[in-house]
Design a protein around this ligand. Structure first.
Ligand SMILES: [Zn+2]
Length: 72
C-alpha cells in the first residue's frame, strides 16, 4: 500500500462525509493523518463545519418553540 499525498487525503476526507470509505482508503487516510498536521487540521475544520451545519439544520427544524415560551 503506497502512501497518499495531501491532495488525495483531502479528497478522501471529503468522500468520507458522503459515503463510507472502504478499508484500504481508511487505512491510507489514517496513515496520512498520523504524519501530516495539515490534513489533521483540515479534518478538524470539516468536523466543525459539519456540526455547525447540523446545528443550523436543527434550528430550522425546530422553529420558534423555544422563543414563544418566553412570552408566557
Ligand atoms: Zn496531508
Amino acid at each position: 500500500m503506497k502512501p497518499i499525498k495531501c491532495k488525495d487525503a483531502a479528497k478522501l476526507l471529503q468522500h468520507a462525509r458522503d459515503r463510507r470509505l472502504d478499508f484500504s482508503e481508511r487505512v491510507q487516510l489514517k496513515l496520512h493523518l498520523a504524519v501530516c498536521i495539515h490534513c489533521r487540521r483540515y479534518q478538524k475544520q470539516l468536523d466543525i463545519l459539519d456540526s455547525a451545519m447540523a446545528r443550523y439544520r436543527e434550528s430550522l427544524e425546530m422553529p420558534s418553540e423555544k422563543f414563544s415560551k418566553q412570552d408566557e
